[in-house]
Design a protein around this ligand. Structure first.
Ligand code: C2O
Ligand code: CU
Ligand code: CU
Length: 524
């Protein structure tokens, strides 16, 4: 058998895959004009080559620990988090250097309640600045993780690149205060450092926050061990087990960006769920609540169960990015773009004991075509149910029949190269694309060239229309990120309530975001 190193030598490539690949992913391919197409196809073929990668479904799923507050005062829970470098065993028998919240990847899970304010004191022991954004949070602007509101390393920092950026910079430590005055939802938190979010998230800076409320607690949904957060990411590893990422400047100090062929996005060859490669989970023959988060830099997944359950839909969706749907929806498959969340029930009682069910990514090939496995271990009683009414969602109505604004997410030439832009502008912290009034609903029309998952901070939205298409079965409920395929137009209804201030919206393909596919809006 050819060792991986010799194999790599032979084809002169790496295990990294460009998002413009032959795979399902049109992430980096605007229309037909293109990115280099040859290298990534070799990359795809290297998927099974990761020397230390385990056989799929040999590692048990791990559940990230729930973080506890260090103290409680006047109804506020105080947490302490340190971002730091640590070693993790991701591929069995090897060590991977990670950058993690409290030194773990994924970071600890916040299990919190609506209306109970929390303060997360974050100390940065990493060698570079970091910024934390609570994705899905209805958060005042100074705590939202604006990309230049750096927490500098405790050891100090200077960099020519960063001197040019001014934000509200904190030396060493910063307190993020989250009112959590919003509906129960599956949220997540991640690094949002200007120009370097892609590599810093890739190194591990991402975790989940499960926000609960009385409305949801009153429902007889599966809970306890039968409620499982599943953070899906793809990564590629070097021979020694370290993460591979094509940064131009691997110190992440000065020069942002990835090397040429990865301009469209970086895809890994190893699928991790909660940081474990292709794990398995033993389940009882009962209903489970699975909270899917796609925390991958640029890979979009098409999730399907193989085999399908008998007599029910594979996935019964109960929640979206912004919490409970009004009523459950049956889904055959889930197309999940980076940063989207799907809260679903899978009824394992519709399988016989002993069945092994593969959660597939049917858009992928080889090992990338599978995500994890469920093993139905035993029969069990189940007092859960899926109510036919889950919640009430006010249906937003368009203010007029025409969109208030249009935003084109497209690449274009700038400084002699192609960059990712919004309305022909790459991110400029001083340019405001939209100035909106607190409390209004606007219809935004979004236009793409390549695949661009568009995320709006602060304000949840509803997907109103996909021009020339019907709405997808997965489009329901309150959203904060919309999956958009190449060359498409969609209309979203965004309700700007929360707090006045300056926020960003951007493509959540992190390589596109780092290459400035981001824009500001202000609320007042
Ligand atoms: Cu999940 Cu502005 O990001
Ligand atoms: Cu966000
Ligand atoms: Cu994009």
């Amino acid at each position: 058998m050819l060792s991986r190193r010799r194999f790599l030598g032979a084809v002169g490539s790496t295990g990294l895959v460009v998002a413009a690949g032959c795979d399902e992913n049109a992430a980096g391919r605007p229309g037909s004009s293109g990115f280099p197409g040859g290298a990534q196809q070799k990359g795809e073929r290297l998927q099974p080559g990761s020397a230390a990668a385990p056989q799929p479904f040999t590692q048990p799923l791990r559940i990230p620990p729930v973080i506890q507050p260090v103290r409680t005062e006047n109804g506020t829970d105080y947490y302490q988090v340190t971002t730091r470098v640590a070693q993790a065993e991701i591929l069995p028998g090897t060590r991977t250097e990670i950058w993690g919240y409290n030194g773990i990847f994924p970071g600890p899970t916040f299990d919190v309640r609506r209306g109970r304010r929390i303060v997360v004191s974050t100390r940065n022991e990493l060698p570079t600045p970091t910024v934390t954004h609570l994705h899905g949070g209805r958060t005042p602007p100074e705590h939202d993780g604006y990309p230049m509101d750096y927490i500098l390393p405790v050891g100090g920092w200077s960099s020519a690149a960063h001197d040019a950026h001014t934000g509200s910079v904190s030396p060493g430590t910063r307190d993020y205060a989250y009112p959590l005055d919003q509906r129960a939802a599956t949220m997540w938190y991640h690094d949002h450092r200007m120009d370097f979010t892609g590599p810093q998230v890739w190194r591990g800076l991402a975790g989940m926050m499960l926000l609960r409320d009385d409305e949801e607690d009153a429902l007889p949904l599966p809970h306890g061990d039968r409620e499982v957060p599943l953070m899906i990411t793809d990564r590629t590893f070097n021979e020694d087990g370290s993460f591979m990422y094509p940064s131009i400047d691997p110190t992440l100090r000065d020069t942002p960006g990835v090397t040429g062929p990865y301009h469209g996005g970086v895809l890994g060859d190893t699928i991790l769920v909660n940081g474990v490669p292709w794990p398995f989970l033993e389940v009882e023959a009962a209903r489970y609540r699975l909270r899917f988060l796609n925390a991958s830099n640029s890979r979009q997944y098409r999730l399907e169960l193989d085999p399908r359950p008998n007599g029910v839909a594979p996935f019964i969706q109960i929640g979206s990015d912004g919490g409970l749907l009004d009523a459950p929806r049956n889904l055959d498959r889930i197309d999940i773009a980076p940063a989207e969340r799907f809260d679903v029930i899978v009824d394992f009682s519709k399988y016989s004991v002993g069945t092994r069910i593969v959660l597939r990514h049917t858009g992928g090939t080889g090992n990338v075509g599978q995500v994890m496995q469920f093993r139905v271990a035993r029969t069990a009683s189940d007092d859960s149910a899926i109510p036919s009414r889950l919640s009430t969602i006010p249906r937003l109505t368009p203010p007029t029949s025409e969109p208030t604004r249009q935003f084109a997410f497209q690449q274009g030439p700038e400084g002699g190269k192609m960059v990712w832009r919004v309305n022909s502008r790459s991110f400029n912290p001083d340019f405001i694309h939209a100035d909106v009034r607190l409390g209004v609903t606007e219809m935004w029309q979004l236009v793409t060239d390549a695949q661009h998952p568009v995320h709006v901070h602060l304000s949840p939205f509803q997907i109103h229309q996909r021009i020339g298409q019907s709405l997808a079965p997965t489009d329901g409920g309150w959203k904060d990120t919309i999956r958009l395929e190449p060359n498409k137009v969609a209309r979203i209804l965004v309700r700007f309530d929360g707090y006045p201030g300056k926020y960003v919206f951007h493509c959540h393909n992190l390589e596109h975001e780092d290459m400035r596919m981001m824009a500001n809006f202000t609320v007042r």
